[in-house]
Design a protein around this ligand. Structure first.
Ligand SMILES: [Cu+2]
Length: 334
């Protein structure tokens, strides 16, 4: 009942487990023992798979005095066709070699390309082989190519649309971008609706449509990419404003900052153990609303405060702990 394969796998499972135990007992090395245990587990899995699959690879019993089997003619299949995969594989290997000599991204791209070329070449070789029957074709397509291929194709398509379209949306102004995005979304929705409503549309027409759409997107994406991204931060870049407190006095009497900008105050408290902070108020009036209150810190310490400046005007900066620590905070221009 035990086939040759099950016997070999059973022997491998047991001997690897035994070797693991012996190795651990004698050498005390965990790594080698785990390696052997993994081998044993893998063999056990293969054994279970072979038994569960019910593959009977036992040779049929033939009596010694049986006559020789009759020769039967077989119809040869179609000759194997030449394929472009070796060329693709050579190109992929070239990318890998160039990547190995230059930079990591190219090397990774080469690795991926080699993997894809190997898969393609393997698939071509298999479909040329006599074991590739219509039944196998159906099973591989239904269980491997469709469940893997459709999600991957969908992801690649979505990524392609997102990347090309984002180049365009980043290049145009903020007011126009949402309308373009909306128009493209509507176009895709209507296109898909049209395709779904006509089951009779020929696949060549669909491929043509997809090619035109894809070319249009690539063109628009390249145009957007060469245009470059619009500026995202209309505020000018602002250096940190430095403020220093020493002997319960601000070293600065006057601070300047641009209007409507994110500014950073780098506050240095040089009074050991004394709390100070920097706050900005609309005026020196005691009831004035604060525009910003920095958290107080005991010295000697440095804090970084970031806030958005108001419109142009003269404001007041002060320490909330000491009424005498006051200065002018000037917001300029717009
Ligand atoms: Cu203070």
């Amino acid at each position: 009942v035990f086939s040759y394969a099950t016997k070999v796998l059973l022997a491998l499972t047991l001997s690897a487990a035994l070797a693991s135990g012996v190795y651990y007992a004698v050498e005390g090395g965990k790594f080698g023992a785990i390696l052997m245990l993994v081998l044993s587990g893998a063999a056990l899995l293969a054994l279970v798979a072979v038994v569960a699959a019910g593959v009977r690879d036992i040779a049929p019993f033939v009596p010694a005095d049986a006559p020789a089997p009759e020769r039967r003619a077989t119809t040869p299949g179609a000759a194997a066709q030449g394929s472009g995969w070796p060329l693709v594989a050579a190109a992929a290997l070239t990318i890998l070699a160039v990547g190995a000599a230059t930079d990591a991204p190219t090397a990774y791209m080469g690795l991926i390309a080699v993997g894809l070329a190997s898969l393609g070449w393997f698939a071509k070789a298999w479909t040329d082989h006599p074991t590739w029957t219509p039944r196998i074709n159906q099973r591989v397509t239904g269980r491997l190519v469709d469940p893997l291929g459709f999600p991957v194709a969908g992801f690649v398509t979505a990524a392609f649309v997102a990347i090309t379209l984002s180049r365009v949306l980043l290049a145009v102004s903020l007011d126009v971008a949402p309308w373009i995005a909306l128009a493209v979304a509507l176009l895709i929705l209507l296109g898909c609706f049209w395709i779904a409503s006509r089951p009779g549309v020929r696949s060549s027409a669909l491929i043509g449509l997809a090619a035109v759409g894809g070319l249009f997107l690539v063109g628009a994406g390249i145009a957007g990419a060469t245009q470059g991204e619009r500026t995202f931060h209309p505020h000018e870049h602002v250096e940190a404003i430095e403020v220093r407190a020493k002997n319960t006095q601000f070293a600065e009497k006057r601070l300047e900052a641009p209007a409507n900008a994110d500014v950073t105050i780098k506050f240095e408290n040089d009074d050991p153990g004394i709390y100070h902070n920097v706050a900005v108020y609309e005026s020196e009036d005691a009831e004035a609303a604060p525009l910003f209150n920095g958290q107080g810190i005991p010295g000697v310490k440095t804090a970084k405060y970031t806030f958005k400046t108001p419109g142009p005007g003269e404001y007041v900066f002060r320490c909330d702990f000491h009424a005498n620590m006051v200065g002018t905070f000037v917001v300029e221009g717009g």
